[in-house]
Write a protein that binds this ligand. Structure first.
Ligand code: SF4
Length: 151
């Protein structure tokens, strides 16, 4: 029997440079991609995606994606929806951190303690979503936003 391609979840982090929450998105995505779920996830580079990277756009049309945004502007979620397909699930770090009682998050280059805890909470939430998406039958692929609060 031919081996079917392994199903993966695309992780799209906004990686915003203006606020520390953007740094949290990048570090949380890396933790998921390299340490927590390396076999189940792939990264989608948001700047390349927005610039017209057809490979990444095609992936996000076929496979589920989880977007991780630093703030309510939701650049990653909006960009993914505009250029490919709505993300299967999305996380907003500022909301997740507030829900966990973390803050203020500071330090774009060197995160403070709240920022480091937010990285872990965001990574854990992402893993929950990835596992849930991989368990869901393809026909029931999520098309909306799952609640982002709570680790
Ligand atoms: S979602 Fe917020 S933090 Fe991320 S790139 Fe957009 S404005 Fe910056």
């Amino acid at each position: 029997m031919p081996e079917l391609p392994r199903r993966k979840v695309g992780i799209v982090a906004c990686s915003g440079e203006e606020i520390a929450e953007g740094t949290v998105t990048r570090l949380a995505a890396l933790r998921v991609l390299h340490e927590l779920r390396p076999d189940d996830t792939v990264t989608i580079c948001l700047p390349l995606f927005l610039a017209g990277g057809e490979g990444d756009r095609a992936f996000a049309r076929v496979y589920p994606t989880v977007t991780i945004d630093g703030c309510e502007k939701r650049c990653a979620a909006e960009g993914t929806a505009t250029y490919s397909a709505p993300p299967a699930a999305s996380i907003v770090v500022s909301e997740l951190a507030a829900g966990c009682g973390l803050g203020p998050i500071e330090g774009r280059r060197q995160l403070n303690e709240a920022g480091r805890l937010a990285v872990e909470a965001t990574a854990q939430r992402t893993v929950e979503l990835v596992d849930e998406l991989l368990k869901a039958p393809r026909a029931r692929r999520f098309t909306g936003t799952l609640p982002s609060a709570g680790p």
